[in-house]
Design a protein around this ligand. Structure first.
Ligand SMILES: [Zn+2]
Length: 220
């Protein structure tokens, strides 16, 4: 069997540069090999110009006017994302997740009424990802600010749900956060097991995620 890479090189040798360039760009995307990149490029080549323009518009405008929410680090068009700005949400219930897609997955359940904190990754000594690379400091500052604002009222009302992925890195991150947060006296819970180990949160179906959130256990 001929290797996909080899096919790409042989096929690409007589193609115009513009086509090869697009194949190369597609190949850099996660989950897309050289063969899929070729197929996508050929598909676009046969699509109406208006369709191609819509796609290129969507790509080129992707980063325009987008920013991270300055409270939870979710992606947002405003300094505060729609979830943080929503007064109907329970702002004392903070679900800590690894990625923006985890927020999307939990929101799809339509069961969770709290807010989030996106870490933008998980601790990984192997890949050299330490606490300083994640939004952990931002979480601590956020909680400190909440403590100050509720001065006198105590911090008992705040619950932090650690919803990092099952698997080594997610568990390591949850343990690290648990130790760090414990000194602040907040209630800390971890989503229930039952999610496939090694599987990301955003691969779990809505019912499994709802059950994992409902069955969360308090760290003692
Ligand atoms: Zn937010």
């Amino acid at each position: 069997m001929i290797q996909a890479d080899f096919v790409a090189i042989v096929m690409g040798s007589f193609l115009p540069k513009t086509i090869n360039r697009l194949i190369e760009e597609f190949s850099r995307l996660p989950g897309i090999g050289p063969k899929s990149a070729q197929r996508l490029t050929m598909h676009l080549l046969h699509s109406p110009e208006s369709r191609v323009k819509e796609l290129s518009d969507a790509v080129s405008k992707l980063k325009n006017g987008l920013q991270f929410c300055n409270i939870c680090w979710n992606i947002s068009e405003n300094p505060q994302c729609g979830i943080c700005a929503d007064p109907r949400r329970n702002h004392n219930l903070i679900c800590v997740v690894e990625e923006i897609l985890d927020v999307v997955a939990i929101e799809k359940t339509q069961e969770y009424k709290g807010v989030y904190h996106v870490l933008h990754g998980a601790l990984s000594p192997v890949e050299g990802i330490g606490p300083e690379q994640l939004k952990i400091n931002a979480l601590m500052n956020r909680l400190e600010k909440m403590d100050e604002e509720s001065a006198g009222a105590g911090v008992g009302g705040i619950e932090i749900i650690l919803a990092t992925n099952p698997g080594l890195e997610g568990e390591t991150t949850a343990m690290y956060l648990m130790r760090l947060l414990k000194i602040h006296g907040h209630k800390i819970t971890r989503i229930a097991r039952g999610l496939p180990v090694g599987g990301d949160l955003d691969y779990a179906d809505e019912l499994t995620l709802t059950k994992a959130l409902e069955g969360r256990m308090e760290y003692s």
